[in-house]
Design a protein around this ligand. Sequence first.
Ligand SMILES: Nc1ncnc2c1ncn2[C@@H]1O[C@H](COP(=O)(O)OP(=O)(O)OP(=O)(O)O)[C@@H](O)[C@H]1O
Ligand SMILES: [Mg+2]
Length: 376
Amino acid sequence: MRKNNIIEQSWANDLPALVEAGLLEDKKNLELSAISLVRRLRNEFPDVAKGIAAVLSGYSKGNGAFRSVGVSPPADRDTHANLLQVDDATRGALKPVFDARIESEVARFVAERERAEELLKAGVMPANKLLLTGAPGTGKTMLATWLAQKLEMKIAVFDLATSLSSLLGNTGLNIKRIFSYAKQESIILFLDEFDAIAKRRDDATDVGELKRIVNVLLKEMESWPSRSILIAATNHPELLDPAIYRRFDSCVSLPLPDKEQVIAIIARSLGERLDTVSPSILDLLGEVLKGKNASEIVLYSNNAIKHHLINEMPLDESLMTTLLDCARRENSKKIGILCYAMKQALGSKISVRKLAELSGLSTTTVQYHIKKGVKQ
Ligand SMILES: Nc1ncnc2c1ncn2[C@@H]1O[C@H](COP(=O)(O)OP(=O)(O)OP(=O)(O)O)[C@@H](O)[C@H]1O
Ligand SMILES: [Mg+2]
């Protein structure tokens, strides 16, 4: 009897928070209190605990009564411009090429989402707020789109930079409306150019309005429900307010591709044509292009394919010509080094005359670079 009293009291302690969260429509705290109740009631009142867990998992999947019907995405009150770009059928989205470390971080996030129901039943919250950082063209948007496809969820994109520059006065309100839409639907809300808003609150250039917006954002993130996913992307994580940073469950920092990923990205772009490319050229490309962003590597590969098709040139050759073109545009000093690297990689398969033809240099200059390279 006494034991029962203690247990009853312990779970009864959760009730005021549950009622308060319900009245305030604070879904996150409502969920947390319900999860806590499941844990506390599991032994003494297994049926009640199961019942609450079933309600929680139905909600997390956006089932039945919890599914909102025909909620349309919000628009700005003054300009009527759509605040969100919603895509509810991401198909054919490719998974970005990542190294093993990022692969496993992404896999862990996906596993938590795919097994969200199980986790909720066990009384723990699955991760639902992901921060993606990385230089431009490293796959932040690509990853968010792929996740939407993988998890079979709609994705709604909110570009903070555009919205902030044109609608500063309404931004606080717009953010509230965007979050309230995203909380009703079971979706991925993708906040692009996140640093535009999530600036340090102590930044000297910060205006009061911006501070207010950051506070709105913090509050909205606090009450983000488990069934939806929030993904934010930024090229400037150092500008983020530490308070905002802390609110993410996971932070994945996407690096520039190393040699292995460069080769994988080129191989994917070339598709079946890869069979006609000599391994030494691929190796050379990996070496020369490592450290460029993935977007530039995809662009490079596509240019080489176009060159190959339009000029009816062997792919090996168009890959080299395109590489020399890029070097010429970036820094003409690199062309000599590239001629040397190509000779090293291909040996007798490429003549000095051919290198001169591809690079636009004279045979004497090519010879000079090859000799200079050998001496280095
Ligand atoms: N890791 C990657 N693997 C393969 N392709 C990639 C990868 N990252 C980027 N790409 C290619 O570059 C294109 C642009 O990438 P994406 O838009 O995802 O970059 P981003 O990190 O969002 O850049 P930004 O900061 O400018 O928004 C993609 O459509 C894809 O073709
Ligand atoms: Mg992007």
